[in-house]
Design a protein around this ligand. Structure first.
Ligand code: IDP
Ligand code: MG
Length: 193
């Protein structure tokens, strides 16, 4: 029942000085920080974090981008050179790798009951323009697919958060060694557990 999940505060969050604002929200809900470090990821780490081999992952990003283009009334072929979700996913993934290796990222492992789902809820919709107020993306970013795609860069939505427990396990093992992950009790465990 107790899960761990990976959160990355991407360079836009770090460079805007939002680390404290964001971490506060995870702490306040009762999630335990069990690992944390500021890293400038290598190309190799970024490639593994956004794996080209995971077809459904790359295609998923491409599908979202295609939906965004459709909503914007933009022809994907003239804008990005393809209408194939995998090909588009590869392009957006390239933007992501470039962005995440350009400046430091704060990597965090959070632990708690249903941590994966709770974190996704606090983070909010992928598109800040659609993210509800009260979520991190909704409160701290106005970015949209329109803006991002026009500038050929990833959507600046501040955070990466693992999408499911399997993704979390894989991602935590990429970013942290076992001895960087700590084990301690938070005071409210007595009340809540
Ligand atoms: P998530 O971060 O909410 O899990 P994913 O679909 O996993 O969303 O996409 C990974 C990241 O790719 C997003 O956080 C965002 O920065 C970027 N991204 C997704 N769709 C687009 C797009 O249409 N244009 C530019 N960047 C995108
Ligand atoms: Mg994702």
């Amino acid at each position: 029942m107790i899960q761990q999940t990976l959160v990355l505060l991407k360079p836009d969050a770090v460079k805007r000085g939002l680390i404290g604002e964001i971490i506060k929200r995870f702490e306040r809900v009762g999630l335990k920080i069990v690992a944390c470090k500021l890293v400038k990821p290598s190309k190799d780490l970024a490639d593994k974090h956004y794996p080209l081999e995971r077809q459904e992952f790359v295609e998923g990003i491409g599908k979202k981008t295609l939906e965004n283009y459709k909503e914007m009334g933009v022809d994907p072929v003239s804008e990005i050179g393809s209408s194939d979700p995998y090909e588009i996913g590869k392009i957006v993934r390239g933007w992501l790798v470039e962005m995440i290796t350009s400046d430091p990222v704060l990597a965090i492992v959070l632990e708690g009951p249903n941590a994966v789902e709770i974190v996704r809820k606090l983070v909010g919709h992928t598109l800040p323009v659609k993210a509800d107020p009260g979520t991190i993306r909704g409160d701290f970013s106005f970015d949209s697919a329109f803006f991002a795609n026009a500038k050929k860069r990833p959507i600046k939505n501040l955070i990466h958060a693992s999408g499911n427990p399997e993704e979390a396990e894989y991602e935590i093992s990429l970013w942290f060694t076992k001895d960087e992950i700590h084990n301690y009790k938070r005071s409210e465990e007595e009340v809540m557990y």
